[in-house]
Design a binder for this molecule. Structure first.
Ligand SMILES: C[S@@+](CC[C@H](N)C(=O)[O-])C[C@H]1O[C@@H](n2cnc3c(N)ncnc32)[C@H](O)[C@@H]1O
Length: 211
């Protein structure tokens, strides 16, 4: 149960969203984020983060997508089981390629694959040449509301904020806050958040950098 929603999954689909991914809830509450109209969980797996945010009242409606048909099937089961058909849309999609053009999100969250140089062949963990991140940054613009915020949960064992800064800038986006990151890659897993918006967007108080 996550926020009162029974989330169906198989352990091989869990990328940590049921554990450290739940940090999104206290993190966003501590920032005073108001309830968002429509939330998208990118690289959703079984939707641990998205369903939990819906259940905890942090969004009104939810959109989930993943490339893995097995994960998408679990998301659809969870929707049926919890009678959420009127509030949740689920897409099987390589990145954003099969998402309807009409989808527009106020908030995007994700615990995407975290490593460029480890776990080759594991779609939960490996992002070769950061191609999945780059494509996401380059295709998110038309789906993101003008004052929409993207929050990625990354792992300092696989990246630093600097890893993503240029790709975010090249895509017409900018980092509006970071939280919990280290300057260098760490030996142990250490998760951090990056908040991203369209360049020049008005940053809501809750998403402004505290430093
Ligand atoms: C770290 S796991 C996170 C899963 C889940 N959100 C969680 O927190 O446990 C990364 C997810 O990204 C998905 N993924 C990998 N490549 C993808 C792509 N090109 N497009 C969409 N999803 C992708 C994987 O199938 C996997 O479910």
């Amino acid at each position: 149960m996550l926020g009162g929603i029974t989330v169906e999954y198989k352990s091989e689909l869990d990328g940590g969203g049921i554990e450290f991914g739940q940090d999104f809830i206290p993190f966003l509450r501590s920032r005073g984020m108001p309830k968002q109209t429509r939330l998208f969980e990118w690289c959703a797996g079984p939707g641990f983060i998205g369903f939990s945010m819906l259940g905890h009242g942090l969004c009104e409606t939810l959109c989930l997508a993943d490339i893995n048909p097995a994960a998408v099937a679990r998301c659809r089961n969870t929707v049926r089981l919890n009678h959420l058909e009127d509030r949740v849309s689920v897409y099987e999609s390589n990145n954003l390629r099969s998402i309807p053009k009409s989808e527009r999100w106020n908030l995007v969250v994700s615990n995407p694959p975290h490593f460029i140089d480890q776990y080759a062949g594991d779609i939960r963990a490996h992002d070769p040449d950061w191609a999945i991140h780059k494509e996401f940054f380059n295709t998110i613009h038309s789906h993101l509301a003008d004052n929409g915020v993207i929050i990625l949960q990354e792992n300092n064992r696989g990246s630093t904020v600097a890893t993503f800064r240029q790709m975010i800038d090249d895509a017409g986006l900018e980092i509006v806050f970071t939280h919990g990151d280290h300057k260098e890659r760490t030996h142990e897993s250490a998760f951090y958040f990056i908040g991203i918006m369209k360049k020049g967007a008005v940053v809501p108080m809750w998403a402004a950098d505290a430093s």
